[in-house]
Design a protein around this ligand. Sequence first.
Ligand code: AMP
Length: 180
Amino acid sequence: MNLEILQNELSGTIRTVPDFPKPGIQFKDITTLINNAKAFNMLMEFLEERYKKNDLDFIAGIESRGFIFGAALATRLKKGFVPIRKKGKLPFTSVAEKYVLEYGFDEVEIHIDAFRDIQKAKVLLIDDLIATGGTAEASVKLINSIGGNCVEACFLLRLLDFDAVDKIKQYTKVFTILDI
Ligand code: AMP
């Protein structure tokens, strides 16, 4: 499937909610994409096509919307899924990275054994949106810090108000579907 066809299909399915969760934030709501069967399936079909030749070992998704796309893609590609979670949510021994968010500070964690016994596991990182890039940068660092190799970071939406993609490109390749 052609990227332009996908972009045309998806662009009308994302809802902007002003002043959520704080005044001044234009929140990009993807629930209106995932409850649209045609749009959600076109997106997953496109991602499956794009990544099936990458010989990935794992898909890592960032809490919480990255779990939706990451887990769906993992089952399509028949790969394992690894959650990157907010601090204090993972039950087993984890490593952590702090970062600055568009609306605050946070910390993400990954289980130390997330890539099982696979050396230099090839990992695709996925999330719904990249704004400042803080969450993604911390997540790529986590993947690499436990012995993985983040081969690409994929985002459905890129907020052009922030110049984040170049920052992430220092660590890995970046692919975004809709730039807004
Ligand atoms: P950042 O670390 O600034 O790139 O922020 C990315 C993370 O915060 C992603 O997990 C997004 O889901 C969430 N996020 C940041 N800004 C927005 C926004 N305007 N709309 C929806 N989600 C956002």
